[in-house]
Design a protein. Structure first.
Length: 144
């Protein structure tokens, strides 16, 4: 499972969000991208290992850039950190189908709580899939 953080502006707020992510996910689970082109390449590589995208949108251009790669983002669990609550920003953000929205002036405790629950449910679903797979293998073995 991977948690991918995208932030076009390194430093400050990115470090704060990354610190919040590190409280919930292990460092090995987190990948950071600062360029939308590299993010797009990563999303094109292997969809199976990417579980959650945290998109830090610090300015409107960041959101416009993300909308250009919308087809690569849709289908992932998306958490977005937005710069403001303006109707235009919100309507564009919703085009990426986020599961959770928060804002730059947040303390990110809400982000941490949501991320923790998402990781928990992903882990549970993974365990269920493994049990079902083992059961299926067993049934095939005794049936033949």
């Amino acid at each position: 499972m991977k948690v991918i953080l995208y932030s076009a502006l390194p430093g400050g707020l990115s470090i704060q969000v990354l610190g919040s992510l590190n409280r919930t996910a292990s460092p090995e689970q987190i990948e950071v991208y600062e360029d939308v082109r590299y993010l797009m390449q990563r999303l094109s590589l292997n969809l199976a290992d990417i579980s959650i995208l945290v998109l830090l949108v610090q300015k409107k251009q960041d959101l416009s850039d993300l909308l250009l790669i919308r087809n690569h983002i849709i289908g992932h669990r998306v958490i977005m950190v937005l710069p403001d609550q303006e109707p235009d920003t919100l309507s564009k953000a919703h085009l990426l189908y986020p599961r959770f929205l928060t804002y730059m002036d947040s303390d990110f405790e809400d982000l941490n709580a949501v991320l923790g629950k998402m990781i928990h449910y992903i882990d549970i679903n993974s365990k269920i899939r493994n049990v079902l797979k083992a059961e299926n293998t067993y049934l095939q073995a005794i049936g033949s």
